[in-house]
Design a protein. Structure first.
Length: 526
């Protein structure tokens, strides 16, 4: 089924829903095709079954118009296992013919091509693709499954060193276990073998995208540009590829292509409506663009349809709570967070939302309890304790916490490259410790390394960090100048709720210029 979907997706004239969205219905014994079609936004559904008996394979397939439950076409195949690729091609072509899709010569050739001549290698490949490491990625079994996937794909490429699609899948699997060098090697091999296929270019685009988030020393701008170059090729060869749209959108945010990125994600959601990563990225961009009404509508729609994020790490209560904080309603945020199921295992953003809610409500005892309960790998507790103590006016306790956090940074960073995040982090700590000149110099250095023009997502945060340093070191005018720059920008900068309630801006309150900044941030929220 997966390969037939892949073949059909090569046809520009067809809208084909991606595998991640249709596999949910694979084991449903009582299928309501009308409901499935409505949920996925399609008019036709392909059903089928495959049985293997010795060296024979039996395939039953039918094409149904789900709008009226009419069977348009059905066929039964009983072939030798060696003919499995021919059967897949024939089915894809028959479906395209029945739907009256126009196929270009290149599309016909792409559908007819065999991925490998080695059936054992193909078996390893298909078995690896069936392993789902995203459905429950908090599970202790996740790492084991991810490594198993790598092993199967390595076996496939060892059996057939010319199996380009297996190298593409291997590149993705290596990224899942953060073997970036091996991922790049596999993608390069796939491209060398088959530069005429979309998949190797997608594998490289995926690498250039994900590597920028994990390898500090990389030139992000250059890698984003390379990703886009590869994606342009993918879009020409495979215009309905949801993952290509997802990657382009995620990269585009950093390049200040917000509207185009949102459009790409909306299109990806149409093609793969039950894909958790697509749903998460849509929620993320709505939040970053301050389009809170659309975010709430999307979350409500996802929850009503049993969407992919329900019960997952980024669940509706969490997103809605963060939205309420951004809109300046910490009481509503607190109410939402209290509705989280008892069995829910919260991630970093949930702990952050709980902490900010307590902070915005000036419930400092509650904030300290959240800090104490937060897993160590999720937060810098010393910074948080210092922030709470400073808000309370306990200068001695605040400086003690900031000093501990500063020491920890020096110890843990070691010989790692000093990037913008590093300078932004230590500048806030040094500002809290009263080291004015050092703090300002460090914060300015962070902005130099990663200005908004270079990264439209993280840049506003870096500028806000500089503003905070100015505010905490008595440079009110300079602080306000920086906040005027980021008050209405999309990205990870301060929100209206942050300006309105966060104690960290108390040094600026009462100034008419700050009030204008707060009002501008509120007006930018939709």
């Amino acid at each position: 089924q997966d390969e037939i979907l892949t073949d059909l997706a090569k046809i520009a004239d067809l809208k084909v829903i991606s595998r991640t969205s249709v596999m949910k219905y694979k084991s449903d014994l009582e299928r309501n095709l009308r409901e499935i079609a409505k949920t996925l936004g399609v008019s036709h559904v392909v059903e089928g079954s495959v049985q293997r008996a010795g060296e024979r394979v039996r395939v039953n397939v039918q094409l149904v118009d789900a709008r009226n439950d009419t069977h348009i076409w059905a066929e039964h195949y009983d072939r030798d296992v060696a003919d499995v690729f021919a059967v897949q091609t024939e089915i894809a072509q028959q479906i395209a013919d029945q739907l009256k899709a126009n196929l270009s010569p290149a599309e016909k050739a792409a559908i007819a091509e065999r991925p490998t001549s080695d059936l054992v290698a193909y078996a390893y490949y298909t078995k690896a693709k069936e392993i789902d490491i995203y459905g429950n990625w908090e599970s202790a079994e996740n790492e084991k499954a991810a490594n198993q996937k790598v092993e199967l794909l390595e076996k496939a490429t060892q059996r057939d060193p010319n199996f380009a699609l297996a190298y593409c899948a291997l590149a993705k699997a290596q990224l899942d276990v953060e073997n970036f060098e091996l991922a790049k090697k596999a993608a390069d091999t796939a491209l060398r073998l088959r530069p005429d296929l979309a998949e190797p270019h997608l594998a490289l685009a995926r690498y250039y995208w994900l590597a920028t988030d994990s390898i500090i020393s990389l030139d992000r701008e250059a890698y984003y540009a390379r990703a886009r170059d590869e994606l342009a090729i993918v879009r020409r060869m495979s215009p309905n590829n949801a993952e290509a749209l997802l990657i382009d959108a995620t990269v585009g945010r950093h390049q200040n292509r917000w509207d185009a990125s949102l459009a790409n994600l909306q299109k990806a959601s149409e093609l793969d409506p039950r894909n958790g990563e697509v749903a998460y990225r849509l929620e993320q961009i709505y939040f970053e663009m301050r389009r809170y009404s659309e975010l709430e509508q999307f979350i409500t729609k996802q929850a009503a349809s049993g969407g992919p994020r329900v019960g997952a790490l980024e669940d509706p209560f969490n997103w809605l709570a963060r939205m309420k904080l951004a809109q300046g309603d910490p009481v509503a945020a607190q109410s939402l967070l209290e509705q989280l199921p008892v069995e829910y295992s919260p991630g970093e953003r949930t702990w952050d939302a709980r902490y900010k809610t307590a902070l915005y409500l000036r419930d400092y005892d509650a904030a300290n309890r959240v800090i104490a309960a937060t897993p160590a790998n999720f937060a810098d507790e010393d910074w948080a304790y210092g922030e709470v103590a400073r808000a309370r006016g306990d200068k001695q306790k605040a400086q003690s916490a900031f000093a501990a956090a500063r020491k920890k940074v020096d110890t843990t960073r070691g010989d790692k490259p000093q990037d913008a995040d590093y300078f932004a982090q230590i500048s806030g700590l040094d500002a809290g410790l009263g080291r004015k000149e050092e703090a300002i110099s460090e914060a300015r250095r962070a902005v130099e390394i990663e200005p908004i023009a270079k990264d439209a997502v993280n840049g506003p945060t870096i500028v806000a960090d500089l503003a905070l340093v100015y505010a905490w070191t008595g440079e009110r005018d300079r602080a306000l100048e920086q906040l005027e720059i980021v008050a209405t920008l999309p990205g990870y900068g301060p929100t209206y709720g942050d300006f309105r309630f966060n104690p960290c801006w108390d040094d600026l309150r009462g100034d008419p210029r700050f009030n204008k900044i707060v009002a501008a941030a509120k007006a930018a929220s939709r």
